[in-house]
Design a protein around this ligand. Structure first.
Ligand code: FE2
Length: 287
C-alpha cells in the first residue's frame, strides 16, 4: 500500500490536505523543495561533518541499544549541533571502519537556530505558510539531519515522535524532507494510517541525570496495514506526533539523506523533564 500524494503550493494547507492529515495522521507532499535546495542542504551537512573530530567524540545513535541516552554529549545536544555515528560504523575496539562522512548517523538538534543554511531552509516561506495551517503559534523545537548511510544505515523502530517531544496538550508535528529518493530499498519510512488517534505509548524523559523510557500505555499498536511513505527527492512528509512510524535498515548501496524539523505550539506546556533541553541563551523561535 502506498500513500496518497499532494503537490506543493505556496498557499499553505488546503482543505484536502487538512482532511487527509486528520484522517491519516500524515501528509506526503511532492516537489515541496527543489532538487537544488536539497543539494545545498546536503552540501552544508557534509561541510559540518568535515569539521567534526571523529577521533575525539564517538557517540553512537541507535534505537536498539540506548547507550547514547547515558551520554552527556547526547543529553546536552538540544541547543547544539552534534554528531552521532551509525552503530555498524565502529569495530569491536571502537574504531571507525570507514571515513567519517560515511559513518555519521545524524546531526542534531539545533541546526535550525545555529546554522544559517539550515535556518533559511527551515524558515522558508512555503513551509511557514503550511505550518500556519497546523499551528496557532509554531515554535521550531528540534532539527535532525539523517544520513541513513549505504550498507549500514540504522533501523528506526516503530515509535511516536511525541514520545520524545512531549507537550501538554500534545502538539508536536514533524516535517520530514526527502533530500534523496527514499523507498523500501534504502530505508524509506512506513507509517500506520489513522493510528495517530490512539494514545501516546511511551515518554522518553529525564529522571535526575538519567534518561528513561516510561511506558504510559501498554496497548499494542493497532492492527493497521502500514503504508509506505516512499518519497522522491524534494518531497515533504508531515507526521502527526502520535502517528506510529518506522524505517528499515539501509542495506543498499544508496544513501537516504533526510532532514527533519519538529515544531510545537507555543500555547502548549513543554515539561521540564523532556529529554531535549535548551539553555536560556537560545530561546525557541518561530518561523
Ligand atoms: Fe520519528
Amino acid at each position: 500500500m502506498s500513500a496518497p500524494r499532494f503537490t506543493a503550493t505556496d498557499h499553505g494547507l488546503s482543505p484536502e490536505m487538512r482532511a487527509a492529515f486528520e484522517t491519516d495522521g500524515y501528509l506526503l507532499i511532492e516537489d515541496f523543495v527543489t532538487p537544488d535546495m536539497c543539494d545545498r542542504l546536503i552540501a552544508r551537512a557534509n561541510a559540518l561533518v568535515e569539521g567534526f573530530d571523529a577521533a575525539a567524540q564517538r557517540t553512537i545513535f541507535s534505537t536498539k541499544s540506548v547507550a547514547h541516552a547515558a551520554d552527556r554529549y547526547f543529553q546536552e545536544s538540544g541547543d547544539s549541533i552534534r554528531f552521532f555515528l551509525e552503530e555498524e560504523a565502529l569495530d569491536a575496539a571502537g574504531n571507525l571502519t570507514r571515513p567519517k562522512a560515511l559513518a555519521i548517523n545524524k546531526l542534531g538538534h539545533a541546526m535550525h537556530d545555529l546554522d544559517p543554511v539550515f535556518s533559511a531552509f527551515s524558515r522558508q516561506p512555503r513551509l511557514a505558510a503550511l505550518a500556519r495551517g497546523l499551528f496557532r503559534d509554531p515554535l521550531l523545537l528540534q532539527s535532525m539531519y539523517i544520513f541513513k548511510q549505504p550498507g549500514i544505515g540504522g533501523e528506526v523502530s516503530w515509535h511516536q515522535d511525541s514520545t520524545y517531544l512531549y507537550t501538554e496538550p500534545m502538539s508536536c508535528i514533524g516535517f520530514w524532507f526527502a533530500l534523496e529518493d527514499a523507498d523500501a530499498s534504502n530505508g524509506g519510512m512506513l507509517a500506520m494510517p489513522g493510528a495517530h488517534r490512539g494514545s501516546l505509548r511511551k515518554r522518553f524523559r529525564h529522571v535526575g541525570d538519567s534518561l528513561i523510557t516510561e511506558t504510559l500505555d501498554e496497548a499494542p499498536w493497532p492492527d493497521a496495514t502500514p503504508v509506505a511513505l516512499n518519497a522522491r527527492k524534494g518531497s515533504l512528509v508531515v507526521l502527526h506526533g502520535l502517528l506510529p512510524h518506522y524505517s528499515s535498515p539501509n542495506r543498499s548501496p544508496r544513501s537516504r539523506h533526510a532532514y527533519t524539523l519538529h515544531v510545537i505550539d507555543a500555547a502548549a506546556t513543554y515539561p521540564a523533564d523532556n529529554w531535549l533541553r535548551r539553555g536560556a541563551h537560545l530561546p525557541l523561535k518561530g518561523f
